[in-house]
Design a protein around this ligand. Structure first.
Ligand SMILES: NC(=O)c1ccc[n+]([C@@H]2O[C@H](COP(=O)([O-])OP(=O)(O)OC[C@H]3O[C@@H](n4cnc5c(N)ncnc54)[C@H](O)[C@@H]3O)[C@@H](O)[C@H]2O)c1
Length: 256
């Protein structure tokens, strides 16, 4: 069997929905053994149940799911311990798709909604990178790849999303910093910056807002989660071996 990430162990957060679920599907299609992690364990289990069993050197390899809250270091450590027990090694591909929105205009945005978004999106990215990088270094895993998810809105801001934009700008710069700090351990770190992707996160955006967005997108449509997952899988693979500290737009040619 051939595949971009054949035989690699991949860990994906936010794997129960949208971009995370599509990432599990594409990574599995390309030969990885996938661990789907989500705060909603049932949804992660559903993602795994729908994956084809891949095989490596004639041995069937199973995928796995795990409960995880990326904003809680104890939860990340216990997920990692479960993985180490099950697979005897940490993953060499770590994709952090977990993310939330709590939109409101600044004048109405509560402190709690500001903190929640920062804690999941930004602090979660930092915690996951720190704890998984420590395990990768301790276990001497070679050629690892971390992929984080920023957003097009982090470049210029977006009405009603001060908390989200701040968190995603932070994700981008944490990823660039990690790329510098981790390269000596053979860990590459890159982020993708999706534009307007059709997932449960954007299902709640009112139709009139979606219509207003379309003229700003040269492809004149929303993106599919699979289109983001394909780039994530490229960044996870050795095909991108000289890409490090990059932020890659996936927005159909969006001008905002
Ligand atoms: N959809 C878009 O247009 C878009 C655009 C730019 C960036 N993004 C980013 O892409 C990522 C995936 O978004 P999506 O559209 O697939 O969203 P989604 O809502 O479909 O999926 C998010 C997943 O993250 C999980 N999750 C939430 N909080 C968590 C936590 N604390 N710990 C673990 N899991 C948690 C949810 O249970 C869910 O399964 C997010 O980081 C999002 O900010 C999405």
């Amino acid at each position: 069997m051939s595949g971009l990430v054949l035989g690699k162990l991949a860990f994906v957060t936010g794997a129960g929905s949208g971009i995370g679920r599509a990432t599990c599907q594409v990574l599995a299609r390309e030969g990885a053994q996938v661990i789907a992690a989500d705060k909603n364990l049932k949804s992660a289990e559903e993602t795994i149940a729908a994956l084809p069993i891949t095989s490596n050197n004639d041995n069937s390899i199973g995928h796995s799911s795990v409960l995880l809250d990326v904003s809680d270091s104890n939860s990340i450590k216990s997920s990692l311990n479960k993985i180490l027990g099950q697979f005897k090694k940490p993953p060499s591909i770590v994709v952090n798709c977990a993310g939330i929105t709590r939109d409101n205009f600044i004048l109405k945005l509560s402190e709690e909604d500001f903190d929640d978004v920062i804690n999941v999106n930004l602090k979660g990215t930092f915690l996951l990178m720190k704890i998984f990088a420590q395990a990768i270094i301790e276990n001497n895993v070679q050629e690892s790849s971390f992929i984080t998810i920023g957003s097009v809105v982090a470049k210029h801001g977006n009405m009603g999303q001060a908390n989200y934009c701040a968190s995603k700008a932070g994700v981008d710069i944490v990823t660039k910093t990690a790329a510098r700090e981790f390269s000596k351990y053979g860990i590459r770190c890159n982020s993708v910056l999706p534009g307007f992707i059709a997932t449960p996160m954007t299902d709640i955006v009112p139709e009139k807002v979606k219509e207003k967005m379309m003229p700003l997108i040269s492809c004149r449509r929303m993106g599919c989660p699979e289109e983001v997952a394909e780039m994530i899988t490229f960044l996870a693979s050795s095909k991108s071996s000289y890409v490090n500290g990059a932020s890659i737009d996936i927005n159909g040619g969006m001008s905002i």
